[in-house]
Design a binder for this molecule. Structure first.
Ligand SMILES: Cc1cc2nc3c(=O)[nH]c(=O)nc-3n(C[C@H](O)[C@H](O)[C@H](O)COP(=O)(O)OP(=O)(O)OC[C@H]3O[C@@H](n4cnc5c(N)ncnc54)[C@H](O)[C@@H]3O)c2cc1C
Length: 415
């Protein structure tokens, strides 16, 4: 039974304990009474969850115990779901009926699946946002493969998640030969928010691997064996993976942190909610005056910045603006190829797959690994971090050097 221990210090309640929430917690000292609330027991390393599909990563390799991490930081973990935040009364309410008063609240719930009103999407497709979603997809796929020779799989959403999911399903020969794969994207090209050379390049593999592509028509409805599209056509699908975007949770609306006309919960540049100065909204769920990409590295930096500002606010000092700095983006297409996007420059090459691993492990390092995350399973990873940091990353971050690496193709190097 969880008990709230009040220690006569200023109270910080953090709603959501993944990238943004844990990053904030790791930068708040024990001078504050910090409680992190999350319904899931473990921290999840989301950017690599697609690799569970092919078995390249195990579930356990991507999970870390939240209670252990927070215990080592001297903070409390409450495994529960927040049902409301009363910003007038400074109270967080949980589904289990607990009420937690706060001096400062950090909201870091991330987004949830956006189905754009497609009928039957909730019941007949699998979300692609968390480890347990991938577990469910694998289970269903394995049942279908036991039952039939060929399985029709539709992946809805041609963004990064959809492309990465497809890459994993193509990873193993002759496994993918038993799948009829279709990628469905409502826009005119895949990876619509990234340079168009990516679309052209990835598509060259579709023919080779027998992947069908449906562009320019949105999904209107789904049944157990079919996806209906807005142009009247349909795609056979025994299994549908829904990787088509995220939306803010209802909690934000209920709590008055997101109002009519807002896309996500609007914040000031200091990460304070536009609607409550002692509430910080960070990670995917917050929207800065000039919106930024929903990426793990921004979530981590926002967490650090919010924690700094809470400490300034507690001392009645002026707050600092969050200054996002764009980082390279790595998109894996299974074992077939990996793409590095730096602004408008795109390079491709299998060698970059190791970089995707390295960059994210290092980002985790910044989240406070030395303090909170080390346990036996992590000693190996730590050695890996060190070698990646010293040997590989300096090379990786020099675009000039990457371009000259054997096997790396430059798709575009526009300024
Ligand atoms: C398949 C996939 C691949 C990705 N690849 C990359 C990549 O390569 N690079 C990159 O930078 N980013 C990538 N991302 C995006 C990245 O994962 C997100 O930007 C990042 O997870 C956002 O962090 P967050 O802390 O804001 O939210 P999340 O990581 O979504 O965490 C939110 C937490 O809040 C909890 N929560 C939700 N509701 C409640 C509630 N009511 N009460 C309490 N807790 C709650 C959830 O359980 C969760 O633990 C990828 C995402 C996906 C899905």
């Amino acid at each position: 039974m969880w008990q709230f221990v009040h220690r006569n210090r200023q109270r910080v309640v953090i709603v959501g304990g993944n990238f943004a929430g844990l990053s904030a917690a790791s930068k708040l000292s024990r001078r504050f009474d910090v409680t992190v609330i999350d319904p899931l027991q473990n921290f999840e390393w989301t950017p690599n969850i697609h690799e569970i599909l092919s078995g390249v990563k195990s579930e356990n390799g991507l999970l870390l115990s939240r209670s252990k991490i927070l215990q080592r930081l001297g903070h409390q973990f409450l495994q529960d779901s927040v049902s409301n935040i009363s910003i007038e009364d400074n109270l967080v309410h949980t589904q289990a009926g607990i009420q937690l008063p706060y001096d400062y609240c950090v909201v870091a719930t991330g987004g949830e699946r956006q189905t754009y009103g497609a009928a039957g999407a909730e019941e007949n497709s699998f979300p692609f946002l968390a480890v347990h979603h991938i577990r469910a997809i694998k289970k269903r796929l394995s049942t279908l493969l036991d039952r039939q020779d060929k399985v029709n799989v539709a992946i809805v959403g041609g963004g990064v998640s959809g492309v990465e999911a497809l890459g994993e399903l193509l990873r193993h020969d002759p496994f993918h030969a038993r799948l009829n794969l279709t990628l469905v994207e409502a826009g005119a090209r895949i990876l619509p928010s990234l340079p168009h050379q990516l679309d052209t390049d990835i598509r060259q593999y579709f023919k080779k691997y027998n992947v069908a592509l449906s562009l320019g028509a949105a999904v209107t409805s789904l049944s157990t064996d079919e996806v209906e599209l807005s142009n009247g056509s349909s795609v056979a699908a025994d299994l549908t993976i829904w990787a088509a975007g995220v939306k803010p949770p209802e909690l934000l609306v209920r709590s008055g942190l997101l109002k009519q006309g807002d896309n996500w919960a609007p914040t000031k540049q200091t990460l304070q909610s536009q609607y409550a100065d002692n509430v910080f909204v960070i990670g995917d769920v917050g929207e800065l005056p000039k919106p930024i990409r929903k990426q793990a590295y921004f979530a981590i930096e926002m967490g650090e910045s919010a924690a700094r500002n809470i400490q300034l606010l507690a001392r009645s000092r002026p707050l600092k603006c969050f200054k996002p700095v764009n980082k390279p983006m790595l998109i894996a297409f299974g074992a077939i190829d990996t793409y590095l996007v730096v602004g408008n420059t795109v390079v491709a090459g299998k060698v970059l797959a190791a970089a995707k691993e390295g960059i994210f492990q290092l980002s985790m390092f910044r989240l406070g690994l030395p303090l909170g995350f080390i346990d036996t399973q992590f000693n190996t990873s730590l050695r890996f971090f060190t070698s990646v940091k010293r040997i590989f990353l300096p090379e990786l971050l020099s675009l000039q050097k990457i371009k000259s690496l054997k096997g790396v193709r430059v798709l575009t190097s526009n300024p």
